[in-house]
Design a protein around this ligand. Structure first.
Ligand code: SLL
Length: 164
């Protein structure tokens, strides 16, 4: 299939994690005794301009992103989690921080190879009033903005990306 010479298309996304310590008065029943936090790792579109009643709207990434594999630390059962449709995220509990390999699988018509990036899961606040944040169980977020670059895409991918 023909690639479009000289064409580059960028598509933004965000990836990252959010974590909160367990409420000592209300620990999740299913969590192992050594676990201390609930967390989520995710890949999403970027926020769209917020209009009243439409918070948390993000751009649709599923027209170019088919599925996402999250590779957790080996201490997790089934550490490789394949998420086949949005929302592309994994929710877990745990006690420690580690690097998560996030692998993007693009839509099949794109002919693009999978691409991997890394995210450092953060459970603990490292700046600000750390004791206060711990006491208030403030959510710890680590979120990055990124872009995927499709270089010389095939026509079929160009069409889905540009709505043609
Ligand atoms: C550390 N290098 O030692 C890191 C590893 C592993 C985290 C952290 C739970 C796993 C389970 C979990 O939080 N693993 O469910 O057993 O700090």
């Amino acid at each position: 299939t023909k690639r479009l010479r000289g064409v580059q298309i960028h598509r933004p996304f965000v990836f990252g994690s959010e974590a909160v310590p367990f409420d000592p008065a209300n620990r999740p029943r299913d969590a192992p005794p050594d676990h201390t936090h609930r967390w989520r790792v995710f890949v999403r579109g970027i926020p769209t301009s917020t209009t009243a009643g439409q918070q948390n709207q993000t751009t649709d990434i599923s027209h170019w992103l088919k599925k996402v594999q999250f590779k957790l630390h080996d201490t997790y059962a089934n550490s490789v989690r394949m998420i086949e449709s949005p929302p592309f995220e994994v929710e877990e509990t745990g006690w420690g921080e580690f690097e998560i390999a996030i692998k993007f699988y693009f839509v099949p018509e794109s002919g693009e190879k999978p691409q991997q990036l890394w995210h450092a899961l953060k459970l603990h606040p490292y700046t600000g009033d750390i004791e206060k944040q711990k006491a208030e169980r403030t959510m710890v977020k680590s979120v990055c903005y990124e872009e995927v670059v499709f270089s010389e895409p095939v026509e079929a991918l160009y069409d889905v990306l540009t709505g043609g």
